[in-house]
Design a protein around this ligand. Structure first.
Ligand code: GLN
Length: 249
């Protein structure tokens, strides 16, 4: 049984990020892989079952302040331990920002992050715009080394800067990414992933969804293989957005 832990499901679901949970669940069910979803709210402990995937989505500064408080104690320590142990975690935008050392709001409130990634997020300056739009990113899939592209939508004021001990998820082909300056998007360390891509991300990027599922299932069975699915519809959705976005190059 694969357990999807949906962290702060009712609070961190900006731009339908819950679609990531639905995509993972359906791609398991279509293959006959038993899967359950557990919502993990404020003050609730994270309880790994041994075959897990942890996701949290995007949210506004107000929700992020509540999360920062909730993750400042043993819950954040549990999440760090899960990552160090190779657990599969995906944070999107506001959730991603809190996987770093800190997220500073435009009002100057510095929220502590969980410290999974060596990165920090600074606020947009008064004259700076929010970073908004469709995004096309080139990702080198670490598991296979092949280069793939992912598409999504970003809307964030925060500018995220990576430290030494973390790799970007990919490089921006079109869009802003982490900060609109250094061409990086997202972050990746062990099996922890962070990205600014809403959309939601996974339904249009089925290969990435399957990579997360496989990484989680192989923690209990290293030889596990996923049977292929007919991704015609997902491929059309990806291509239509990628073509539109790439046309802006
Ligand atoms: N509040 C954060 C920012 O504006 C994240 C927003 C989001 O999750 N889309 O940078």
């Amino acid at each position: 049984m694969l357990t999807i832990h949906h962290l702060y499901a009712d609070m961190m679901n900006l731009y339908g990020d819950r679609g990531n949970v639905i995509s993972i669940k359906k791609r398991c069910q279509w293959r006959g892989i038993p899967v359950e979803v557990i919502d993990v709210g404020l003050t609730e402990r994270i309880r790994p079952t041994g075959c897990d995937l942890f996701l949290f989505g995007g949210g506004q500064d107000r929700e992020q302040a509540l999360l920062a408080e909730d993750l400042s104690g043993s819950k954040g320590a549990d999440l760090r331990a899960i990552v160090e142990d190779g657990g599969v975690v995906l944070g999107v935008c506001g959730g991603y920002q809190l996987m770093g050392h800190s997220y500073e709001t435009p009002e100057g409130q510095k929220l502590p992050g969980v410290g999974i990634f060596d990165l920090h997020t600074e606020p947009r300056r008064p004259k700076e715009e929010r970073l908004i739009g469709n995004v096309l990113v080139r990702v080198r899939a670490p598991e296979t080394g092949e280069t793939r592209e992912i598409v999504g939508f970003e809307n964030h004021g925060g500018r995220t800067y990576l430290g030494e001990d973390v790799k970007p998820l990919g490089e921006v082909i079109v869009g802003y990414g982490n900060n609109g300056k250094d061409g990086t998007e997202g972050a990746r360390r062990l099996n922890a992933y962070g990205t600014y891509l809403h959309g939601s991300l996974l339904p249009k990027n089925p290969w990435l969804t399957d990579q997360f599922i496989l990484n989680a299932l192989r923690r209990t069975d290293e030889s596990f293989e996923l049977e292929p699915l007919d991704d015609t519809t997902e491929g059309r959705a990806f291509s239509s957005v990628a073509a539109r976005v790439a046309g802006r190059r």
